[in-house]
Each structure stands twice: as C-alpha cells, then as structure tokens.
Design a protein around this ligand. Structure first.
Ligand SMILES: [Zn+2]
Length: 173
C-alpha cells in the first residue's frame, strides 16, 4: 500500500473524532519526515492531519505499517508522491481508531438489565451505587450517565425523606 497516484479521490465524509492514537512512529503525509504520533504536528514542516487526513495519517504509522514499510512510505512521500490509500483502507483506519464506536457510545442508552441492576442496588444497598455508575459514565456515555442519575436521585430523595421522618418521629415521641 502507501503512496499511489496523486489524489483525485473524494474525501471521506465521516469526521474522525477519535482520541489521539498512542504515540507510535509515523510518517508526515506532507514532507515524509518521521515523527512520533500519527496525529501530532510534524516538527519538520508543521503539518497536522485534519479531518479525513487523520485516517490516512493513522495508516502511515506503526499502527498499520512495519518499520521497513514506514521507511519506504517516507521515501515515497519525500519523492513527491501524494498518499492516497483506498477507501477500504481509510474505513479500516477509522474503525481501528475507534471513531465510530466512540460517537455511537455517547448516545447509547442503558439496557433494561442495567437499569434494573442500578435500581436494585440503589434500593437494597446504597445510592452510592447509582452515583458511581453516573460518575463512571459521564465522560464517555453522557446519555447512559443521565439515565443512571434519573434512577438514583429519586431514591436518594426518598431515603432522605424517610430518614427525616424517622428523626422527627423520634424527636416528638
Ligand atoms: Zn512534515
């Protein structure tokens, strides 16, 4: 793979919003220089892969190429070839970078079983269980985290109300 004919291919539509991949050796798509991390700025030319270039940059890294292939890819870019991997390879890169799953996970709701589990834990154990689930999910799965909170706050409020009623009953008895 690596560099082929100058690019006339349409840019892939889906954004690549993955967190930066681990910093493995990579080749700058513009100058062919070596760098550490496919998505970081190139020290030699300052190029930063944007949008669909990010998937291409991932393909031009040790995530996808052996050290020999990386060196060859660097030579070909330096010789003026423009990186133009196939659509299939770009899709493969996007999948490997985890972009699609990350975007889907953000809106993925809790399953019925998970909701039952949270509710039971809140009722039978402590509402810290529900808050712990909310806290753990709030960064990556905001929708699921919100659902966990909705199952937890009312139970908290109810527990507090019962506790207060008990205190009042004892105070006035
Ligand atoms: Zn560069």
């Amino acid at each position: 793979m690596s560099a082929e004919a100058p690019s006339a291919a349409p840019a892939a539509a889906a954004p690549v919003g993955a967190p930066a991949a681990a910093r493995l050796p990579a080749i700058c798509l513009r100058c062919g220089g070596e760098k550490l991390g496919a998505l970081v700025p190139c020290r030699a030319c300052g190029f930063v892969p944007q949008g669909p270039e990010r998937a291409v940059a991932w393909l031009f890294s040790a995530h996808h190429l052996s050290p020999d292939e990386l060196a060859l890819a660097g030579e070909r870019v330096r010789a003026g070839e423009e990186p133009d991997p196939s659509r299939a390879l770009r899709e493969q890169a996007r999948a490997a970078m985890g972009a699609a799953p990350a975007i889907e996970a953000a809106t993925e709701p809790l399953t019925r079983g998970q909701k039952v589990w949270i509710l039971l834990a809140n009722l039978l154990l402590t509402t810290f269980a529900g808050y712990a689930v909310w806290f753990g999910l709030r960064g990556t799965r905001p929708r699921a985290a919100r659902e966990a909170l909705l199952l937890t706050v009312p139970v908290s409020a109810l527990s507090l109300a019962l506790w207060l009623a008990e205190q009042l009953r004892e105070a006035f008895s």
